[in-house]
Each structure stands twice: as structure tokens, then as C-alpha cells.
Design a binder for this molecule. Sequence first.
Ligand SMILES: [Zn+2]
Length: 193
Amino acid sequence: MRCPFCDAEKESLKVIDSRACDAGRAIRRRRECLSCAKRFTTYEKIEEPVRVMVVKKDGRRIPWDRNKILRGLERACFKRPVPEGELLRIVDEVEEEVFRTHDREVPSTLIGQQVTDRLRRLDQVAYVRFASVYRQFKTLDDLVDEAKAVIDAQRYEDPGQGRLFVEPKTGNCDPPVEPPRRKRRKNDPTASA
Ligand SMILES: [Zn+2]
């Protein structure tokens, strides 16, 4: 710390008063610079842990709660062959990602997206269950469409699942050939000889 007036170093600064403030969470110190005789005040506070708030679709803000994500995952994975450790791993990954990219507020939709992306790779049934809550599908068709998309994506990502369509062999799809016409007999060149 240096004097804000003459830039004197901390050895020149003398504390002339010190008292607790902010209900004991901070200390206010009155200091005097021995070089320029000016006075100023400093505060020492405990740094509050950063608390990320989740902004819901309706605009409400609620504190970040990793247990809420875990409970949502557990509901989606009810009676599915998914180890609890995998769910905790998802929560850890999502929390790390959210804290890395958001320091104050994070939209709940982003959390939902982060979770579903990971759950989709883990268990497709659990994914559709989770997505049906998080995306609030309006109709059964929406839900079925999503389930189909999952199945198609799974085929695409995992060739072992087999292909839905088999590439036609070349030749099978050629345009229909016209029925052979009777060939006209060419004039026998030997006849005119
Ligand atoms: Zn000074």
C-alpha cells in the first residue's frame, strides 16, 4: 500500500485509528501519511465466497445448488443401469463448466443443456426422461420426435448399433431399360454382290 496523495511507501503510513465495522465483518482503519501529513481510510474485509445464481425461465433467481441437479439425474435414471458415480461425475463436470464460464448468474437452460448433453451419451432412456422435464415438451409428438432423434444419433455415433438403411448396390437403381426391340435385319452385303 502507498499513500494515495504522495505515493509514499507503506513505512510512511501510520494507523491512527482502527475499528470494527459492518457488524464485525470488516475493519476500518484511519491512516496518516508521515510524508505529506494527509489522512485516508482503508477497509479490510473478508472476501465473500462467490455465489452463482441460477436464472430460471420465468426470471426468478435461485442459488446454485448441485444437489438439485443430482436429484434430477437420479429421478431420470430410476431403475436404469447407471452407477451413482457416473451421475456424480456429470454433476462435477457441469459445475466445473458453469463456474468456469459464469461468475454471477447462469441461465437454467444452459445447465439443462450441459446435463442433457452428457446424459445422452450415458443412457438414452434416462436422457429422454430428463429432457422431457427440462424441455417441457408440449405434445407427445415432440417427445417421440426427440426419442427418434436420440435413436438416430446413437446409430450414427455407434456403428455397432447397425444401420437403419442399407446403401443400395449400384445397378439396382438404374432407370428401367426399354424393352428390346426386334432388330431389323440389315441388308446382307453379299446379296447385292
Ligand atoms: Zn503522503
